[in-house]
Write a protein that binds this ligand. Structure first.
Ligand SMILES: [Zn+2]
Length: 424
């Protein structure tokens, strides 16, 4: 049995989570909320804090060529498959206090508790902090984790960061990393990956449940820079007949895709359809003008690749219809980008469930709507699982709320799974 009582373990988990969150969240660009762009000085500074925390726990700290951080607690059996536990520290612009950092704090807390208890699990536990998880900065999914896994390609290194216009390769170099070495690196042998993360949705908060086990992560099909070309005209002089109004064409497409979404849900498909940015407010647009151009983006997500393909085919059919019905209107979807849906590990889900049962919890199993590094690990053949923590007031926004006690409870479940006989 461990040297310290369960109450003390909870206290160590709580203190570590609080301290790490407040240290990391002291780092941000100007508010509101928290902004730590991918491959920025702020993201690097946050990684330094975790490195400092890891050294205090006497972990073996290593960074790979892309700047991902791995802090290893040696297990007792070198043959046991290592368990990587972690998340990311970059944020969207004006994001929240928990997306990413909660999972990193939880990983450190788990190891801190084991250290205090004098427990050495069978397998190595590797606190993992990825770089550049938030795909708002570069139009590439899961940059850090895919780099770690040997799955980032040369073309993706040339992707430009939206605010600086500099390439991913340049940003890596500026933070002291080596894009050429990223391409040549040998990835670690597939092991196990566990990510604690806020839900970023209303399900758990609405149901009054503190945490859940994630069984799959939705993939996405995106058009990040689509546009519509019509004909500029005077708002008072151009008759309704003969107008090629880009705003009306987009409205038509949005309503059509909302119907497609409802129909596909009715047929049992898993799908979300979101037009996240609609831009008819450039310098050429004005009150007295019929809009001759418009830019937009479209984000469709599903746990099923076939559903994404169907939605994409129906999108193109609707565009063809609108172009036929509205002469002068032409859509340009621009480049398509995709992230693949990922099924997570049933065995890992069972492991977390056993630990939860030991502390009297019965977490539900659910899908993740947002993309996460766990999807990249799963795609690379790792046994991966996520534990979602209840949150409220949205996510990717300054209001993003979470109770640290919920996170402590979820880490207790994983801790129980590891030390209570479920971790071999
Ligand atoms: Zn995240």
């Amino acid at each position: 049995m461990s040297r310290v009582a369960a109450a003390e373990t909870s206290m160590i988990l709580g203190e570590t989570i609080s301290r790490v969150l407040s240290r990391v969240n002291a780092l941000s660009d100007v508010g509101p909320g928290w902004t730590r762009p991918s491959y920025s000085d702020l993201e690097s500074a946050a990684h330094v804090i975790i490195e400092d925390e890891a050294r205090r726990l006497d972990l073996d700290v290593r960074r790979d060529a892309a700047g991902n951080l791995f802090a290893r607690m040696q297990g007792s059996d070198p043959q046991a498959v290592p368990l990587y536990v972690g998340s990311h520290l970059d944020t969207v612009s004006q994001g929240g206090a928990y997306d990413g950092q909660a999972g990193v704090a939880a990983a450190l807390a788990l190891v801190a508790a084991l250290r205090a208890e004098g427990i050495i699990p069978l397998m190595d536990i590797v606190v993992t902090v990825t770089r550049a998880e938030e795909s708002v900065w570069f139009p590439v999914s899961y940059i850090g984790s895919r780099a770690a896994l040997g799955r980032l390609d040369r073309e993706e290194l040339q992707a430009k960061r939206v605010d600086t216009g500099q390439s991913l390769a340049d940003h890596m170099r500026r933070q002291g990393y080596d894009p050429e070495a990223v391409l040549d690196a040998t990835p670690p042998a597939p092991a196990r990956f566990l990510e604690f993360h806020i839900e970023q949705g209303p399900v758990l908060h609405g149901a009054g449940e503190p945490y859940a086990i994630v069984t799959a992560i939705r993939g996405g099909l995106r058009y990040r820079s689509a546009s519509i070309h019509g004909v500029w005209a005077h708002s008072g002089a151009a008759p309704r007949e003969g107008r090629a109004d880009a705003v009306v064409a987009l409205a038509d497409l949005i309503m059509a895709m909302d119907r497609v979404w409802a129909e596909m849900l009715g047929e049992g498909a898993d799908l979300t359809v979101t037009f996240g940015r609609v831009d008819a407010a450039g310098p050429a647009h004005a009150m007295a003008k019929v809009a001759g151009t418009l830019e937009f983006c479209l984000d469709m997500r599903s746990s099923d690749v076939a559903a994404l393909d169907t939605a994409d085919a129906r999108l193109r059919a609707e565009i063809a219809r609108i172009e036929a019905e509205r002469p002068g209107i032409r859509f340009d979807l621009g480049r398509q980008s995709r992230s693949h849906p990922a099924a997570l590990s049933a065995a890992m889900a069972d492991l977390v469930e056993r630990g939860a049962a030991m502390r009297g919890d019965r977490p539900r199993r659910m899908l993740s709507g947002g993309g996460h590094d766990a999807a990249a690990f799963a795609a690379a053949g790792w046994e991966s699982v996520m534990v979602f923590i209840r949150n409220w007031d949205g996510s990717h926004c300054p209001e993003e709320g979470m109770d640290e006690a919920d996170l402590v409870r979820a880490v207790e479940a994983v801790h129980a799974a590891l030390v209570g006989g479920g971790g071999s």
